[in-house]
Design a protein around this ligand. Structure first.
Ligand code: HAM
Length: 448
């Protein structure tokens, strides 16, 4: 029996996903390192949760949202359990909090892929990556300020300046039901002007209508009752404290009364960072808010929470648009060349120079320098070409005459100058000239 030919795209990354290759991947490294360093300075530890969870974990995200209703990758495993690829990062972190009961406040950050079956286009992918942070166990408005400034300062540290921070309060179990009733009544009176989707869900989830991009819905909701006018005293003072805190640390923000976000678990403070350098359909760089009831709704103890997610792909597109965070040029401290050539000395299959290249390279790398070589028995000329392309600061030539004198030749690739250095001094010589401690921190500590 003949097996069927694979479809023509079988060996391409699936629609809506992408490979990240060098040198572009160096920007990812820089971005993640900057976020990790900043999160550490704010007292957050790394959390890692599985790429898939039982579907129930995402139900409270919730049922009325596109993310869960239409876009979630659900499947049944071989044991018959319903699972879902993580569409967002908050519910899994709350699940882990409930499962492990760490001492609150639990402050964590993450980097993870997220899966949503969206209509793939630039800036909107079926697998995207988020840098996020979550804090569980405290409802202090000072924490809202901390979380927002963690995200805001990270974006600024990349060099981004054309983005705005919008904040809103969605109230709580006290004040939101009354508001939802008022909103429902208003939408009922304007039902004929709403799109089909909003007509179908305004009774069960009227807040989603405020998030609808349909022009008819936008026109109707512009005149809709606003949640900020319905906040109870506690929510009002919480929101005022958040604004005062942001003012105190100089984080510019604007109040956006219609900002409801695309997930159902939010209470009180919500926020979003929108880039002015991007198309309005994909300009959300990140967002988040409080979810004070989520842990309880997932069967855990009452534990307020707040966090955010920042889309890495979006941030990189914004960096391109603002011409910041370019891919760093490839860098090596040293490139070691077998200057005797592929056949080596004395019929030894590796050749004495080849062995010396291997030994020297290992010493350089193990003592903290970045170093490389060519492989595959290339000619001296071919090796030198690879060295040129590598961006190495120095090329170390292991030649026959130098070896006989117990030395190697070192060429400065900027000036073209060449000097002879004793073999037993060359590692120290390169350390002195390359100053690797300074180089290493350039990208890793981008966020200071
Ligand atoms: P979200 O707004 O759905 O929130 O996603 C956060 C960010 O991820 C968005 O602002 C956007 O930058 C990026 N993003 C979302 N979907 C896509 C996509 N299809 N393609 C590319 N980028 C995308 C959350 O996921 C919440 N868990 C955030 C949060 C954490 N709230 C509280 N804690």
């Amino acid at each position: 029996m003949q097996s069927e030919a694979p479809p023509p795209d079988a060996y391409r990354a699936p629609v809506g996903t992408h490979d990240v290759l060098p040198p572009e991947s160096a920007r990812w490294e820089a971005l993640v390192a900057a976020f990790a360093a900043r999160a550490r300075r704010f007292g957050y530890g790394l959390v890692m949760t599985p790429a898939y969870e039982h579907v129930e974990v995402f139900q409270r995200v919730g049922e009325g949202t596109d993310v869960v209703r239409k876009e979630m990758y659900e499947f049944e495993d071989k044991g018959g359990r319903r699972l879902a690829l993580r569409p967002e990062g908050t519910a899994p972190v709350v699940r882990a909090y409930i499962q492990h009961r760490p001492t609150p406040p639990w402050k964590v950050w993450y980097l993870s892929p997220h899966f949503r079956h969206e209509k793939a286009q630039k800036g909107r992918y079926r697998q995207h990556h988020q840098l996020g942070a979550e804090v569980l166990g405290v409802d202090d408005p000072a924490l809202d300020v901390e979380v927002i400034s963690l995200a805001q300062g990270f974006l600024s540290s990349l060099g981004l300046s054309r983005f705005r921070l919008a904040i809103n309060s969605l109230g709580d179990g006290q004040c939101r039901p009354g508001y939802l009733e008022a909103l429902r009544a208003y939408l009922r009176a304007h039902e004929s002007e709403l799109c089909a989707d909003s007509r179908a869900r305004y009774e069960t989830n009227p807040l989603r209508v405020l998030d609808c991009k349909d022009p008819g819905c936008v026109a109707v909701t512009e005149r809709a009752p606003q949640l900020l006018e319905h906040l109870c005293a506690d929510c009002k003072s919480h929101f005022e404290a958040v604004q005062a805190g942001l003012d105190a640390i100089g984080v510019a923000h604007e109040i956006a009364p219609r900002l409801v976000r695309g997930l159902d678990y939010y209470t009180r403070t919500t926020f979003e960072f929108a880039s002015e350098a991007l198309d309005s359909a994909q300009n959300a760089l990140g967002g988040g808010g409080r979810y004070d009831r989520l842990a309880e709704e997932m069967g855990g103890p009452p534990s307020p929470g707040i966090g955010f997610g920042i889309g890495i792909e979006r941030v990189l597109i914004a960096c391109d648009a603002e011409a910041v965070l370019p891919a760093p040029a490839p860098h090596l401290d040293a490139f070691v060349v077998d200057a005797v050539g592929p056949t080596g000395v004395g019929g030894d299959p590796l050749g004495a120079a080849g062995v010396e290249v291997t030994a020297l390279l290992a010493e350089l790398r193990e003592t903290g320098l970045s170093a490389d070589r060519a492989y595959g028995g290339r000619s001296v000329r071919a090796q030198t070409k690879v060295a040129d392309r590598s961006g190495a600061r120095y090329v170390v030539l292991v030649g026959r005459a130098e070896m006989e004198r117990g030395a190697v030749a070192v060429r400065d690739m900027d000036s073209g100058e060449q000097v002879e250095v004793p073999r037993n001094r060359v590692v120290a010589w390169l350390h002195e000239h390359c100053n690797p401690s300074l180089r290493d921190t350039t990208h890793r500590e981008l966020g200071r």
